[in-house]
Design a protein around this ligand. Structure first.
Ligand SMILES: [Zn+2]
Length: 261
């Protein structure tokens, strides 16, 4: 599922392909529109204009067309394509045909993501009750948000209304690198450790985004390339284990992640 680093990679992809290129035709499936936004509204905003800049907030990507912003959320499997003919027509749910003959496509094999339109990105973020972006939240605010939260630390990291951008895979990576067990209760983690967790969160997300969220480019000391039951832990002589945390498959090394349990 696309998380913050993936969404940064999608923004880079959009900027290196479709940015500033006039849109000749817009086709969007009603099925991927949300919140009463119509096919006509999206086509009206996009056609004749170009995507001029991008913004991201957590797992959301915004692309400005004239005075409005297209909103993209990628669900479980969403991504973009750019080609002379749509690469995956069956799963292309929004297609921006550019004047240069290329198609910039929003492709989502499982329709769990959506496309939307807004006049104001900040208002949209507030309306959706999204927390601060995980790469922009300050250490003090991160500690404060966590300290006011009950329950397990992995769930807290993944709560988009608290901090936006971290999902299942990167939550595991962050907790692995911080040496914290994913089932630890937030209230049992001291302030200094929460500060460390903030630093690790931002370092992991930034490094992953810098590597285009491509796991084959990640350091071998990371957990992500070893997300398999019984895999050798990249940091110790132990093994990676798969457990469930709030119904989500979670990978953990019980030796490295012993800080609190
Ligand atoms: Zn280990």
């Amino acid at each position: 599922m696309p998380e913050l680093p993936d969404v940064h990679a999608f923004a880079d992809y959009l900027e290196s392909t479709a940015l500033h290129k006039p849109i000749a035709h817009t086709h969007v499936d009603e099925a991927v529109l949300k919140h009463g936004t119509t096919v006509q509204a999206v086509a009206g905003a996009a056609t004749g204009n170009a995507m001029e800049e991008t913004r991201t907030h957590g797992k959301f990507l915004f692309a400005r067309v004239e005075k409005k912003w297209l909103v993209f959320h990628f669900g479980m499997t969403g991504h973009f394509g750019y080609a002379r003919t749509p690469q995956d027509p069956e799963h292309t749910h929004a297609d921006f045909e550019l004047e240069n003959g290329f198609h910039f496509s929003y492709i989502a094999p499982r329709k769990l993501g959506f496309v939307d339109l807004t006049d104001d990105v900040d208002a949209y973020v507030n309306e959706k009750k999204l927390g601060e972006d995980a790469l922009r939240v300050s250490a003090d605010r991160f500690v404060e948000l966590m300290q006011n939260r009950r329950g397990g630390v992995k769930s807290a990291l993944m709560d988009q209304s608290l901090i936006a951008g971290v999902g299942n895979v990167y939550a595991d990576e962050i907790l692995f690198q911080a040496g914290i067990h994913p089932k630890s209760q937030v209230k049992s983690i001291d302030k200094d450790t929460l500060r460390t967790l903030h630093g690790v969160t931002q370092r992991v997300l930034k490094e992953a985004a810098d590597r285009q969220a491509d796991p084959s480019q990640f350091p071998t000391s990371w957990l992500i390339p070893h997300r398999q039951e019984g895999a050798a832990c990249p940091k110790c002589t132990g093994k990676v284990q798969r457990i469930e945390v709030n119904g989500r498959g979670t990978f953990v090394c019980h030796i490295c992640q012993n800080k609190i349990s």
